[in-house]
Design a protein around this ligand. Structure first.
Ligand code: PEP
Ligand code: MG
Length: 839
């Protein structure tokens, strides 16, 4: 923003190192500066007192802007600004605010607005406020208040942030609101200045949530963190590496055609006999319910621009922000007691959005330009909502609804509106809406609400997360058709399938009711039996293990019923830091995992870097087809400096822990396997260790096709269905438009799996599956039928997979698998198995 005609601030109008006994004394001193510089007549101070009696001129961040009433304007000789610094502070309003910078204003017209605008930028920069409140050099104040250099740019200047480090963001959903909130809180507590910069030069102050979200940081983005404090830099880098509260091992969501991330493959919980009008969306929370519908359409909040006194407007905004914050604190306590801390964290993020300095500053700046407080706040937040909606990443774009939620809360207070009645008021219904805010959703309850379907939204929105916490079935991205459904329409909502069936027949209602009762009993039974051995109905053993990457997650996996770890993705140790982990660090982590599992098996996979797993600090060459290039074992052959230390760390642990198994990723040829084994054997010999069970991952079609040659030489196979599917069907596993088709149940993939198990059986070796298909209940049944003996799945899937296995005999599963091999497509294979839990 260009400054136009600059307002001068001569040094005679600046006083640093002052003291004031009271607010009145401070006002008298600043008026004295203006009087001595012949800007105002001596009586102007009375106008300043009168103004102060009408409304407090405290602006925020320890800054006040006393100025005269319109009636005292005739006492102004020439527009002038005076700055009085009070390092010891003086109490200002009744709220106990302490002011250290008093900016006296005598404005004949509106030139002073430039200085006020600049002041609002100063307001948002705590470090700058601190400096201006304590500097001994009046020129610092002059520069900050009149200079062309904006305060935000000053905070990015590298001489002031001399410490920096490179990090890569590993959070599966990128820098969304919750990790950004943790980061902002950490940095605020440290009192240091910290900036995050992308490679393209965009940067953000780490204390400002909106700026952080605005960077649109997705998983794998390389960042520079810079700070004025070495300790703060370390703390921030460590916090980013440890995930800022997110589980870094979770897979990144894939996107659906509509751009919304897909959850699990849609799988009807129930199928109607007579299909009437059906609305299809994306399943956001599982469950099946029957009920009548009701539209939820809260009216938009109309805001007119009602210009008023700027200081009064700023004070009203401040009051509304405080009231909204108090409301959020109550909501956090309520949600925490009902649904747990992780759901409550969503509203912690709302508190941060509310406190975002950039937004408040922008709103205040508009107020100072003469606009009404509500209008100014709405404009400032609308701009940011629009920015978020534009982000490519659907998860980050979904945060727009969070900010709209916060905006509504503040506007209610500014306009004196009452809180809307909960959308569920009036009885248990299936709620239909364009979208629901997290606050709406948190007010819902299973007592009054059966489930909901929204026209917009995505399954990773906070609304969806809360719905899952509430145990309410929900579908999102259903399209605008859902808004035309009349209130009181009988409907069946299937959250697993992402479908809303309208006006079902009586027979369908009855069959859905029976199905609901069955599903409820099955869920309870699966949980209760999670510690039983994995086996089919007739006792054929199938080990159900967990895919976890850190020893810290082992206890939770075992508690969930896991019988071991079928895949430890070691590359996460590399992805979570900004330099290669040392041999000792690696050994410590592998040893902790082996110990945590006791005598249960642990399968450690050697480094699988490349494809979508980039490690910027390794400086690897960019590849046009990264999934087909130097990835997995191919990279390890190229980089013995990475491979050998890892193998030494593993072998040392395996020497003490016979439960350790090792497998190599991306084996495509017999030569790959033999070369990997030879290197491993050399390391073993060097360390004087005995044999360690060695396996290969079957995730490249060629490996499955030569399984017959590999089988005599390996100890086991572990099938990576994620990659095996992408390479067999030539469909990028990350491709949003192909997500629904990239299904491991395609008979082409199943035939390769059958070749693998047949070869293994012939040579007496075992076969596991550690790709996503193992945790999908249909996948678990078909894979077992094909001869797989170990299923390694994510921790929450363990109980369900064990229950699914117990529902069929081994012979039934073999027959099912045989039929699956002859189907034409994946949908036909899924149809063979039927509804979840069997029907
Ligand atoms: C797989 O490809 O199925 C697998 C388990 O490996 P990742 O997902 O780590 O590539
Ligand atoms: Mg793989």
């Amino acid at each position: 923003m260009s400054a136009g005609t600059a307002v001068e601030l001569p040094l005679e109008l600046v006083q640093v190192g002052g003291q004031a006994a009271s607010k009145e004394d401070a006002i008298a001193q600043v008026a004295g500066l203006l009087t001595r510089a012949e800007r105002v007549e001596a009586g102007y101070v009375e106008g300043m007192y009168a103004r102060e009696a009408q409304a407090n001129t405290y602006l925020g961040s320890g800054i006040a802007i006393p100025h005269g009433t319109p009636e005292s304007r005739h006492l102004i000789r020439r527009t002038g600004i005076a700055a009085l610094q009070l390092p010891g502070g003086v109490r200002w309003g009744e709220g106990g605010e302490v002011v250290r910078l008093v900016i006296g204003i005598a404005a004949a017209s509106d030139e002073h607005l430039q200085i006020l605008r600049r002041l609002t930028r100063v307001l948002g920069d705590d470090a700058l406020v601190e400096r201006l409140s304590t500097t001994r050099d009046p020129a610092d104040l002059v520069e900050a208040l009149t200079g062309e250099r904006p305060a935000a740019a000053a905070s990015a200047a590298s001489p002031e942030l001399p410490y920096s480090a490179q990090v890569t963001l590993s959070n599966p959903l990128g820098m969304h609101a919750r990790p950004a909130t943790q980061l902002a809180t950490l940095v605020k507590k440290s009192g240091a200045r910290v900036r995050l910069s992308r490679e393209d030069g965009q940067s953000a102050d780490a204390t400002r949530l909106m700026e952080l979200l605005g960077l649109g940081l997705t998983r794998g983005t390389a960042l520079t963190v810079s700070s004025d404090s070495e300790a703060a830099l370390r703390a921030v880098v460590d916090a980013i590496h440890s995930g800022l509260g997110d589980d870094l091992s979770a897979p990144a969501p894939q996107a659906t055609r509509a751009g919304a991330p897909a959850t699990e493959r849609p799988r009807p919980a129930w199928t109607p006999a007579n299909v009437g009008t059906t609305l299809e969306g994306v399943g956001a929370a599982d469950g099946l319910v029957i009920g009548t519908t009701r539209q939820h359409a809260p009216g938009a909040i109309e805001v007119r621009d009602e210009p008023g006194d700027p200081a009064e407007g700023a004070a009203r905004l401040d009051e509304a922000l405080r009231a909204a914050d108090a409301e959020l604190r109550d909501l956090i306590a309520d949600v925490q007691s009902k649904f747990g801390a992780d759901k409550a964290a969503i509203f912690l993020a709302h508190r941060e959005l509310l406190a975002d300095e950039g937004t408040v500053q922008d709103a205040v700046s508009r107020i100072l330009d003469g606009h009404g407080a509500a209008w100014a706040y709405q404009q400032a937040t609308n701009e940011r909502v629009a920015q978020l909606q534009k982000l490519d990443d659907p998860t980050l774009a979904a945060r727009a609804i969070d900010l709209s939620d916060v905006q509504r809360r503040v506007l209610r207070h500014l306009l004196g509106l009452r809180e809307e009645a909960g959308p569920s008021a009036g009885g248990p219904v299936i709620l239909l809406a364009a979208d629901l805010t997290p606050s709406d959703t948190a007010r819902l309850g299973p007592d009054t609400l059966l489930g909901f379907a929204t026209a917009q939204g995505g399954p990773t929105s906070h609304t969806a997360i809360i719905a899952r916490g509430l145990g309410l079935p929900a579908i999102v991205a259903t399209g605008d058709g859902v808004l035309d459904v009349p209130d009181g329409t009988l409907a069946i909502l299937d959250g697993s399938a992402g479908r809303l069936y309208l006006n079902p027949s009586e027979a369908d209602v009855n069959s859905a009711r029976e199905r609901i009762a069955v599903l409820e009993r099955q869920r309870e039974a699966a949980r209760a039996a999670r510690h039983a051995l994995g086996e089919t109905k007739d006792g054929e053993r199938v080990e159900v293990a967990a895919n976890i990457n850190r020893a810290a997650d082992a206890a939770a996996a075992l508690e969930a019923g896991a019988e071991g770890v079928g895949l430890m993705r070691t590359e996460f140790l590399f992805l979570e830091r900004d330099s290669v982990p040392g041999e000792e660090d690696q050994e410590r982590e592998y040893r902790a995992m082996a110990e945590a599992l006791g005598d249960r098996p642990l399968v450690i996979r050697t480094l699988d870097i490349g494809g979508d797993k980039e490690v910027p600090y390794l400086g690897l060459a960019r590849e046009d087809n990264s999934f087909l290039g130097i990835r997995g074992i191919r990279l390890c052959f190229e980089r013995p400096d990475l491979f050998l230390p890892q193998l030494r760390a593993i072998v040392r642990v395996a020497r003490d822990h016979p439960n350790v198994h090792v497998m190599f990723p991306m084996i495509a040829t017999l030569e790959d396997w033999r070369r990997a084994r030879a290197i491993f054997d050399e390391v073993r010999a060097e360390l004087g260790a005995g044999p360690v069970p060695l396996g290969v991952m079957i995730e490249v079609p060629s490996a499955a096709l030569i399984a017959e040659q590999l089988a005599p030489e390996v100890d086991f196979f572990s099938i990576g269905t994620n990659d095996l599917t992408q390479y067999t069907l030539a469909m990028d596993r990350m491709h949003p438009q192909l997500a629904r088709q990239t299904d491991a149940m395609h008979p082409a993939v199943l035939r390769l799996i059958a070749l693998t198990t047949q070869a293994a059986v012939k040579h007496g070796k075992w076969v596991g599956v550690c790709g996503g298909a193992a945790g999908d209940e249909v996948g678990a049944l078909i894979l077992t039928g094909l001869g797989v003996g170990e299923l390694s799945v994510s921790t929450p899937q363990v109980a369900g997979v064990k229950a699914a296995l117990r529902s069929r005999t081994a012979a039934e599963l073999r027959q099912l698998a045989e039929q699956a091999l002859t189907q034409t497509d994946a949908a036909a294979v899924r149809a063979l198995v039927g509804a979840p839990g069997g029907s």
